[in-house]
Write a protein that binds this ligand. Structure first.
Ligand SMILES: Cc1cc2nc3c(=O)[nH]c(=O)nc-3n(C[C@H](O)[C@H](O)[C@H](O)COP(=O)(O)O)c2cc1C
Length: 394
């Protein structure tokens, strides 16, 4: 019998699914409800010193949809609006009611030793399981020299991590930004400064566009806009890339996230190096109830593979990523056309001729596609553009 139970840095997780720091963890009432519904834990909406002003813009969201489904969300939301005392009381209440759930305090403060250490010393007195240092919010905060302004500077990241580590009585995860040239630079820097683990990714800095009728920004705040953070399915490949890069350079635990909407996404994050996962946008779109499908899907998968727990899945995928030089360039696949499915529309022929190789053609009867193997580079583009999904690479 497989289990979803896991242990990270000595913290017991009843399942590896945590709510990420975001609107679904912005109030004690909602986290309480999420725990009742089966989430393994929650990273609290980022807590800041009470005098750090948070004034939100309206609206604060924009989306791109495909066939009616939100595939990405851009937000310009700031951090928690609740006081530190609200969270102290709330954490105590939640832990008493749900002792088996993991609670991680996400925190951010101005770049001053006193400010970070005061927050940590205060939260040390609560029954949280760990800290998550938010070095990665890409909007609003960087212009105040915090958020992503911290996580894009190895020097400041090291400084704050060591301040926090010198007083923290709980493990410290650093939440990293993907908005850097190489996420492992900052990761290695904070690891040297004593970080116990990583959380990745925060949102990807983005701009949603211009409405061509009004010539106003799509995310329009009284005629102006600002850069925001992109999340949801569209950022998943970026999250996969970052998490696997972290795993290749470090053995520290990783809380992986970015675009998880199904158990399959979560399983891949684990295979790429995550010790547990976090979910935000999919919950914002579909509610806490998605936890049932996430848990049952992952458990069934572990059982089907004969894995006792997620530790047996972890890292398998990360080990299969190499450099371009490291790939076997002798491996060469060719398109195989399923005659039952192919309607000889010629799309693959056009794309092949206009994107380099000219290896595909239509036969004389104009009812089948033929391949010139000599010319085929095995690139696979034809299989991706075929509207009938009639081409497989073999
Ligand atoms: C509206 C919104 C608010 C967020 N607020 C925070 C925050 O306060 N602190 C933080 O560390 N991350 C915050 N995030 C980032 C998420 O925790 C998460 O890293 C990101 O959305 C990627 O995961 P997802 O694709 O599952 O949404 C926020 C994301 C969204 C969409």
């Amino acid at each position: 019998m497989s289990t979803l139970k896991t242990k990270v840095l000595g913290i017991e997780f009843e399942n590896p699914f945590l709510l990420a720091s975001a609107p679904p963890t912005a109030s004690i009432e909602s986290i309480d409800k999420a725990f009742e519904m089966g989430w393994g834990g929650a990273v609290l909406k980022t807590i800041t010193p009470d005098d750090l002003e948070m004034v939100e813009a309206s609206p604060r969201y924009a989306t791109i949809k495909h066939n009616g489904k939100v595939i990405c969300l851009q937000n310009i939301e700031l951090l928690s609006h609740e006081t530190v005392q609200y969270w102290i009381d709330g954490i105590k209440y939640l832990k008493e009611k749900h002792p088996t759930k993991v609670i991680i305090a996400s925190i951010m403060a101005p770049v001053e030793r006193e400010e970070w250490q005061k927050l940590v010393k205060t939260l040390n007195e609560t029954p949280i399981d760990a800290y998550e240092l938010n070095f990665s919010c890409p909007h609003g905060m960087p212009e105040r020299n915090i958020g992503m302004a911290i996580g894009t500077s190895a020097e400041i990241s090291i400084l704050i991590t060591s301040w926090v580590k010198s007083v923290a009585t709980k493990p410290v995860f650093v939440k990293l930004t993907p908005n850097v040239t190489d996420i492992t630079w900052i990761a290695n820097a904070v690891e040297r400064a004593g970080a116990d683990g990583f959380a990745a990714i925060n949102t990807v800095q983005s701009f949603m566009g211009i409405n061509l009728d009004t010539l106003d920004p799509v995310l329009n705040i009284d005629g102006h806009s600002t850069y925001g953070g992109l999340s949801g399915e569209a950022v998943r490949p970026i999250g996969f890339r970052c998490v696997s890069q972290l795993r290749q350079k470090s053995d520290l635990p990783i809380l992986g996230m970015g675009g998880i909407s199904t158990w399959e996404d979560a399983a891949q994050y684990i295979a790429l190096g995550s010790d547990a996962v976090q979910v935000c946008t999919e919950v914002m779109i579909n509610g806490y109830g998605i936890i049932n499908g996430l848990k049952s899907g992952l458990l069934n998968y572990l059982e089907s593979k004969g894995f006792n727990d997620i530790s047996e899945l972890k890292d398998i995928g990360a080990r299969k990523i190499t450099s371009h030089e490291g790939l076997n360039k002798k491996s060469h696949l060719y398109p195989t056309i399923d005659k039952e499915k192919c309607v000889a529309c010629g799309k693959c022929v056009k794309i092949c001729s206009e994107s380099e190789y000219n290896a595909l053609g239509v036969n004389d009867n104009k009812n089948a596609i033929c391949l010139d193997k000599e010319k085929c580079a095995g690139c696979s583009l034809c299989s991706h553009v075929c509207p009938k999904e009639a081409i497989k690479m073999c």
